[in-house]
Ligand binder design. Sequence first.
Ligand code: SAM
Length: 410
Amino acid sequence: MGHFFSFDPESTVATGSDLKICGGYPPPVIPGRTEKMGHFFSSDPESTVATTDSDLSFSFDRNDMTLKFIEFKMKKFYTSDKKIALFNSDVMELYPEMPSPIVIISDGPYGIGGFPGDPPTPDELPLWYEPHIKEWSQISTPQTTLWFWNTEIGWAVVHPILKKNNWEYVSCHIWDKGIQHIAGNSNSKTLRKLPVVTEVCVQYVKKPIFTVDGATVEMKEWLRHEWKRSGLPFNTANEACGVKNAATRKYLTKCSLWYFPPADAFEKLSDYANTYGREGGKPYFSLDGVKTIKKEDWKKMRSKFKCPHGITNVWSEPPLNGEERIKIGSKAFHLNQKPLLFMNRTIQLSSDPGDLVFEPFGGLCSGVFAAHQIERKGMAAEINESVFDKAVERFKYVKTQLRLIQKVFG
Ligand SMILES: C[S@@+](CC[C@H](N)C(=O)[O-])C[C@H]1O[C@@H](n2cnc3c(N)ncnc32)[C@H](O)[C@@H]1O
């Protein structure tokens, strides 16, 4: 299968084995149409939307995110430039094949009955999220950051499940929507609490897993354990790193003042232990007992983070309105559409260009949309077909605008 070309939603052409993006317009008609596959269509020569009622499966080349469709149940997908992929499906169907994301933006149920499938109360959220959280743990690496959006109580009840599945809490960001959010909508005579104008976006990272004698331990303990195993006195770590006392105090301490050793320092510790350490225990600082961890691999042992100036954990921004808000008539199309500002911010903080951003509960796919604008790859699932269609429209509209601008201004 692959090369899905069509400029008319009624016609379908499918051939080859990989999905390719249409290059010309109108596209050539390729012989070999496969009835079984349903409708593949694209109104935009650089993108493809596929619809099928039949079995269509996909997998990813983990390196370049090339989509390969084999045999599976997938209703629709949209892709553009091999950089984004939106799926109209239950995200559960995507997990088994997907590549590791650097960023996960979870904006799923809030336990307020906000959209079909959103439980009516937060009490049900732990059960709802658990299977997803387990999958996120499987697909993620220590480089992955999870941004978990919810209400305060929604987050509170789901936090233990995240923790149980090896997600480490980093920080809670509060979206303060200000008084506009409740203007004209709250009756202080009947309310028994102050009006709520906030949501939270909580940052988690995936803890790397180390084992010592069959037991799972934290990085801090593992580093200390490896040094101890080498038989070298702890203070020789300072000599290894060429510092007075910082190495022992920072990297090999048991206490809360522990620091993650930067790659250079880690390499020095490892080289020193493997040169001067007890012969019988070598290699030290190895995960497989055969080779030591290389500097480049050590860098991947923690999530990316670039701290910007002047931004705190309180994000004061009015509720989404104006041009950015996608509407039907005068009404918001999706009540939960998130501001691109926050999507952009969280992605910038925790990834580099080319990294994969994953939005399991896409909605209008604001996360992937922002990711695309700042040169990350993006992948999202949206279970509801009309919401998915609207998200696709959003991408196509922007692409059309960009093309027009390029045409006029060169
Ligand atoms: C809170 S909204 C996301 C809004 C999004 N952040 C935006 O800016 O537009 C959650 C979305 O997740 C979708 N959803 C719920 N369960 C899902 C599942 N299992 N797989 C894929 N999408 C799901 C819902 O249909 C809903 O549109």
